[in-house]
Design a binder for this molecule. Structure first.
Ligand SMILES: Nc1ncnc2c1ncn2[C@@H]1O[C@H](COP(=O)(O)OP(=O)(O)O)[C@@H](O)[C@H]1O
Ligand SMILES: [Mg+2]
Length: 506
């Protein structure tokens, strides 16, 4: 190691920040080595985004100081951060959707490290960045037409184009497929190897273990530990995050299955392009058991759930629920038959983010007698139901009047889980229940799903997290290329299931 590389890329000294009564960052000291990937993990609300927003000049710390490459610096706004070589890839991308990649890159770069270049120069610079960092993207593609993984790549390119030496990524994989996430990690590895410094914020322990060099754990506004990644374990980090021992595996009794409640027969489903996504699939789910569907994302699981919950019409086949063929019924009719659905995409299907919590707590169930008579809703009954769910599910903050958009991801998911499970369904359909959810909420949601099973309900679970499938399911079906390629018990090895998921073994 040379002398210069020992000067840390970033030093945060005594950073403190309050929002009214919320003490979001408490006397934070953090040193980030140049040319490293430094992970920051912590539950939702731990203060990670606040700390990074201070580093990026969105917020001013109440106290403390910052040094970049050994020099004290005041970061008054994000322009100052960019000038200091800090780039940020936001949780919600800040690209202009109907502009091309190149236009987005040039936008707002004035005054940065690459003053007012012409289009040709920008194109050449982009090409060079692509080559240096294996960041391929079509400069003339319109951003809104790109898949999410590529949009994120544009955000990274934009930061590099502005001369970033330090790159901050805040929960970058929440929106990505596993393949896109793997690709992102490869890119981050290349950036690090080229001497860039990366701060990766996540609550996914697996990601921390896979790509970081160092990891700091935040809890309730404090950094409670910093470890070399190679010298820690998932269990230790999980415990540091929540401050107590968590069960990464789910404690549950053997299932006590009853009669078949859901029976899918020769079901075929096409997507909106007319491509067959579910191909002649048959399986049963009994009351009192959890059947998990394992598979790599995009092998028909989403379309299968959409067909069973009435969102997408099947092309052919039958869906028997409680002894009745319900293929073709709409979601409201299915809810009436006791089918509850925790959808995989809570932002588009599970919640209306602009509504208050209490309105989402009854979404889809507003015709229920409990909430009013005829056309008239009873606000007091709705509020009471919402408050009861908030208490039982420990939804934070406990405010039924708060707009749903203002809850964290984990708490939003709890709102959906509470609404669906508390309706006492006969069949619970669950898609990706813990995607983008912090570890405390994961444990909680897993327990509720097992309790639903133990109450004698039939549960169908789809998840791309194999660990989740293995720890929750009583039986596992593996989907590959639209077909169920086999059934296993949960004690089947990860490798066996992995090979089936890859279409290699049946
Ligand atoms: N602009 C703000 N105004 C008020 N409270 C905020 C603001 N930003 C964050 N907070 C609060 O600060 C705490 C830390 O939030 P945040 O830094 O977003 O956590 P994390 O990114 O770890 O989930 C939370 O309690 C959050 O509600
Ligand atoms: Mg955050």
């Amino acid at each position: 190691m040379t002398a210069t590389s020992q000067v840390p890329a970033i030093e945060l000294i005594g950073i403190d920040k309050k929002f009214g009564a919320v003490h979001a960052n408490k006397n934070i000291n953090l040193t980030v080595a140049k040319g490293s990937i430094h992970g920051i993990i912590g539950e939702n609300g731990a203060g990670k985004s606040t700390l990074m927003s201070i580093l990026y000049g969105f917020y001013q710390a109440d106290q403390g100081s910052i040094q970049i490459a050994g020099k004290p610096i005041t970061i008054r706004d994000s322009q100052a951060a960019i000038t200091a070589g800090i780039g940020m890839v936001h949780q919600h991308f800040m690209l202009v959707e109907n502009f091309t990649v190149l236009e987005n890159l040039m936008l707002g770069a004035e005054g940065g490290a690459t003053l007012a270049k012409g289009v040709d120069a920008a194109r050449a610079a982009l090409k060079k960045l692509e080559e240096d960092y294996e960041l391929e993207v079509d400069p003339d593609a319109v951003v809104e037409e790109l898949p999410v993984g590529l949009q994120q790549r544009v955000e990274i390119l934009k930061a590099l184009y502005r001369g970033a030496e330090i790159l901050i990524l805040d929960e970058p994989t929440g929106v990505l497929t596993p393949a896109e996430a793997d690709h992102l990690f490869k890119i981050l590895g290349v950036l690090r190897d080229q001497g860039k410094t990366v701060i990766l914020i996540t609550h996914k322990l697996r990601e921390i273990m896979a790509i970081t060099d160092t990891v700091s754990v935040m809890r309730r506004g404090e950094i409670v530990a910093t470890r070399k990644t190679a010298e820690t374990t998932v269990e230790e980090l999980a415990e540091l995050m929540v401050g107590r021992r968590v069960l990464l595996h789910v404690d549950k009794k053997p299932a006590n299955p009853g009669d078949i409640y859901l029976s899918v027969r020769n079901l075929t489903v096409k997507d909106s392009r007319g491509v067959t996504m579910v191909d002649n699939v048959s399986f049963d789910v009994r009351s009192g058991e959890i059947v998990g569907i394992a598979g790599v994302a995009g092998n028909g699981q989403s379309e299968l759930l959409e067909a069973i919950t009435g969102i997408r019409k099947p092309t052919s086949g039958e869906i028997w629920i409680g002894g009745r063929n319900v293929a073709g019924l709409d979601p409201a009719e299915l809810r009436g038959l006791g089918v509850a659905h925790i959808p995989e995409d809570r932002h588009h299907m599970g919640l209306v983010l602009a509504f208050e919590e209490s309105q989402n707590a009854i979404l889809g169930y507003h015709r229920d007698d409990r909430y009013g008579k005829g056309f008239f809703l009873d606000p007091e009954a709705i509020r009471k139901a919402a408050v009861a769910e908030i208490e039982k599910y420990d939804i934070r903050p406990p405010n039924p009047r708060l707009k749903t958009a203002n809850f964290s991801g984990g708490n939003q998911q709890k709102i959906v889980v509470a609404r669906e499970i508390e309706r006492d369904p006969k069949l619970l359909i669950v898609g990706q229940p813990t995607r983008g959810v912090d570890i405390g909420a994961i444990e909680f949601i897993h327990k509720r799903i097992v309790e639903t099973r133990d109450a004698g309900k039939a549960v169908l679970l789809v998840s791309v997290e194999l660990d989740e499938i293995r720890s929750l399911s009583d039986r596992i079906l593996v989907m590959f290329a639209g077909k169920v390629v086999g059934e296993k018990t949960p004690d089947a090895g990860e490798q066996t299931l992995g090979l089936m998921m890859a279409g290699i073994a049946a």
